[in-house]
Design a binder for this molecule. Structure first.
Ligand SMILES: [Zn+2]
Ligand SMILES: [Zn+2]
Length: 337
């Protein structure tokens, strides 16, 4: 691998990461002329760009969420294929975060920069596994960029949910899940662990789950929770977005047992503050060991950290002999809640 150019050809602008020799942005925080989008979460896939390039799955997710605002023209690029934009070769590699999520591999004059977007390293039955790509500059998130964050095995966490269901067969198990990714992963994990009863869904989760189904991800039988008699929900699993967990709708449920699936459930006070009785540590982001391991694996001499706990990861990368800095891109939020 050649040494990176001393003048960075990818830099931050008020609209986000800008790739100068290609004249496009990656995950711009507002509408721009030309954008490449890593995945469908709303802080990465913003409305209003003229031309959008992403995986076919990400474009389908954007169309569902944003309608006509998804972009003027939408150009699908499957994993592994290369297109040239301006002077830059662009390829998308799986990021393992949610369905369609991609790292953007950029090559210009012998230098390779990888924008990883959000990513995780664990296998996830609902999306392609993260592919490490060696590069000169690796641009990484750091949502769980502190040594306290070590995610347990997801099978262990699903086991705890199923155990609780056996212990409390009359309580509806209300599980807070992010609507894109976590909801569908939880369904797939439940099926993988032998749970074959229908799973009830809050209305806000139905369309995205149906889209996953249309895109070929089998999730078993789901039923809308709306209009179901209270008694019928006893002993069932009901998934809902975290925002709906404590509203009137949730309070009307029969003796609900509140659970939440998020990497933040590792923090006991956070679970307690949110009234979560059964915290499930299931994350769609890399934990500390995986962030640090990935930095080593991609062999990049230079690491840029976009969002999360930038400081700790920058320090660790520096200790590993990398040139590292925080980019502090404004506008990226936390999709684990
Ligand atoms: Zn995300
Ligand atoms: Zn993010």
């Amino acid at each position: 691998m050649t040494t990176p150019h001393s003048t960075p050809w990818v830099r931050t602008t008020p609209a986000g990461l800008y790739v100068e020799p290609g004249d496009f942005h990656v995950d711009p925080v507002r509408g721009v002329e030309r954008s490449v989008v890593t995945h469908g979460h709303s802080d990465h896939a913003r409305p209003g760009s003229r031309h959008v390039l992403a995986t076919p799955e990400t474009l389908a997710i954007m169309r569902l969420r944003l309608g006509d605002q998804a972009g003027g023209t939408l150009q699908p690029l499957p994993y592994g294929e290369t297109v040239r934009i301006g002077e830059v070769d662009v390829r998308l590699a799986p990021a393992g975060h949610v369905l369609g999520s991609a790292q953007v591999v950029l090559e210009w004059r012998g230098s390779r920069i990888v924008v990883s977007g959000d990513y995780k390293r664990r296998p996830d039955p609902t999306c392609a596994l993260f592919e490490p790509v060696e590069c000169d500059v690796f641009i990484t998130e750091a949502t769980f960029g502190l040594p306290v964050f070590r995610h347990p095995d997801d099978g262990h966490e699903i086991g705890r949910l199923l155990h609780s269901l056996a212990l409390f067969p009359d309580r509806v198990h209300l599980v807070g899940v992010y609507s894109l990714g976590k909801c569908q992963r939880l369904l797939a994990l439940l099926r993988r662990h032998g749970y074959d009863r229908p799973v009830y869904l809050h209305g806000a989760l139905i369309q995205m789950t149906e889209l996953y189904g249309r895109l070929g991800v089998a999730l078993g039988e789901t039923l809308p929770a709306a209009g179901v008699a209270r008694g019928e929900l006893a002993g069932q699993i009901l998934l809902a977005p975290p925002s709906a967990m404590h509203d009137l709708w949730a309070r009307k449920l029969p003796d609900p047992l509140i659970a939440m699936a998020s990497g933040w459930m590792r923090v006991k006070q956070r679970a307690k503050a949110r009234g979560v009785e059964l915290p499930l540590v299931i994350s769609d982001h890399a934990d500390w060991d995986e962030l640090v391991g990935t930095i080593a694996e991609v062999k990049a001499p230079e690491i840029w950290v976009t969002h999360g706990n930038e400081e700790a990861l920058v320090r660790q990368a520096t200790l590993l002999g990398r040139k590292a800095r925080a980019l502090s891109v404004v506008g990226y939020e936390d999709d684990e809640t």
